[in-house]
Design a binder for this molecule. Sequence first.
Ligand code: UD1
Length: 343
Amino acid sequence: MKRILVTGGTGFIGSHTVVELQQHGYEVIIVDNLVNSSIEVLDNIAKITGIKPSFEQFDLADPAKTADFFNRNKDLSGIIHFAAYKAVGESMQKPLEYYRNNIGSLLNILEGMKTCALGDIVFSSSCTVYGQPDELPVTEQAPIKPAWSPYGNTKQMCEEILRFSAASLPIKAIALRYFNPIGAHESALIGELPLGIPNNLVPYITQTAIGLRQSLHVFGNDYDTPDGTAMRDYIHVVDIARAHVVAIGRMINKRMKHNMEIFNLGTGHGFSVLEVIQSFERVSGLKLNYKIVDRRPGDIEKVWASTDFANKELGWKAEKKIDEMMTSAWKWEKALADRKGQQ
Ligand code: UD1
């Protein structure tokens, strides 16, 4: 059985990826410091797959602990690296923390890979590297624009670190640029668990509907889009998770064509904030309380992916539609409320 290290494996995308890996016959070891996730996720993964993944709790930004981990785990077949800080606004307030954590962890992991003579790493990147693209849908060849936030900059820098490492070290890397991952596993046992007030649209919608928040603020309706609200390429987290299994298989089975490859993970369709709200209202049968407010500083107007390269070269395609994404997000929010009610 091939053994895969999943860093950040108790987080939102990480936990869904662990499930898919296990269901495809991989053995998983998770490393996570639990700063933005919870230990119960391990039991919930086990409820879905019947297998509780191995787990170690430590900070990958700690060089000594990371080196020690790799010294004890020389039998890994690959790494999927999710562990990182991810809040755009927070990164503006705490730039050095973001650089130290997101860059430091990757460097420590790459050092560890040398120790283990381990060559394969899948990296969790973001469409944020494109900024506001000049052309839509945006392809992997689009220029990387100056970052709008330290968070986005760490994604750009990590891609560059991987590119140069893959050019001169025995390392192969696949960077997956996620568009907007939303939704939850159909079991409603794992999903997104934002700490405090959510920054992202969909958890804000579901928390408003369940009564945790009063009203959703729609950030701006004066964009150059059909209804004036900003547009994004929302993609189901399970589709994103499946792409990681395909990517790790491509590496292990030596099907990569270059030492570093980059793929967009999107659906190819843009939805406006109001269209997302309408989808939520359709599937939940509820009316959402929302009001239009000013634009959020740093937001781009519109972005959606060209999916051609991932479809053809990776042999992966996002399958789930917006209503299915919102149905699963709502089912997850209700399951969370039920669990809280039982406590
Ligand atoms: C951002 C980052 C992305 C990162 C993600 C996770 C950019 C361009 N994108 O995505 O890389 O992975 O955060 O943190 O930096 N909205 C509202 N009201 C709300 C919340 C959001 O109207 O309360 C709107 C936003 O203005 C935006 C859309 O909903 O148009 C999606 O916002 P959000 O879910 O925060 O994701 P992004 O900002 O696209």
